[in-house]
Design a protein around this ligand. Sequence first.
Ligand SMILES: [Zn+2]
Length: 111
Amino acid sequence: MNRLKELRRERGLTLKKLSEQIGIPVPTLSNYENSNRETKADTWLRFAEFFEVDVPYLQGLPLTRWLYCPHCGKRQHFENDLENLQGIVRCENCKESFRYSISFMYESEKM
Ligand SMILES: [Zn+2]
């Protein structure tokens, strides 16, 4: 299940309001929300940009991130269920714990 409906409700938008703002007809939006329709890559991007989130997040997928341990510098694979955007993980290499925080807004990449 994708997160379109959840994000729309978070923003306090009705289907009609979102339709007006994003330029996609209400029935089409409704189909996207209910995953009744194959959503094209460029449509996902449009939603991602609108809601300022990652496409995988929109699609309801867990995100895999690479984190660097601040103690030993080892890069490791980390799966985020997206419920916890920050927390503490333990390095597989040096066993030290460190704090992480994940942001879905690529502010530095936005011009
Ligand atoms: Zn480490």
